[in-house]
Design a protein around this ligand. Sequence first.
Ligand code: OGA
Ligand code: MN
Length: 240
Amino acid sequence: MISLAVVCRCLSNFRVVATCRRYSSNLDCENEVYHFHHPEIQENATRDMLVFDNFVSEEEENHLLSDIEPKWRRLRYQFDHWDNAIQGYREKEINSWSNESSLILRRLRQTAFSDLDTQRSLVHVLDLADNGYIKPHIDSTRFCGRVIAGLSLLSPSVMRLTENADQSKYFDVLLNRRSLYIMKDGVRYNYSHEILPNESSYFKGDFILKKRRISVICRSEPDSVESQPPGDLLNAHLSN
Ligand code: OGA
Ligand code: MN
């Protein structure tokens, strides 16, 4: 999706909890942040959906928040439309960051993108209220390329990824506070993603209370804009 305007090396200070060969030679798919409801999809899913716990420190989280929070001004959370893919949210695209935040974002981009990716320069910041959530959708291919990288601030949440072709094949990912996920290629195009509402926010049977959550999302540009069908930034692709 990408509603409104939305359209986004391993370093020593974060722990890689879910990764692939590019980042680690010890691929360990059976780890704490994935829950596969269908074992068949495990290999592809772990290759294209990476999660790095503690990607930013508490201090770095605070740097980012002190840039973000003043930007909301009087912007209210939107709960409006029945078919909106995101409920209880407000969002901004931000291009001015403090030096501290710029360094964090640079590290995020270095981790998420390859040299061949063209990156969107604006950073999408999405603020989900306590009771906000995101319905299953796929980000528009007209406005977003093969990589979506999201940093979770303030609260944990559970992201569910469901294969388009066979919706019985899905997996959940625990997005801890201060973790980074990188969703790319096969998972980005062939799976919908959603952030579960508190009513169904369970990970491996444990309830995960999603409080107010801010995500900081960087995306790559579509590979070839000419080849994309006409579309609309507000045109969420809801998979159900
Ligand atoms: C989106 C989206 C996920 C997140 O804005 O399209 O899926 O981590 N966001 O907030
Ligand atoms: Mn999305």
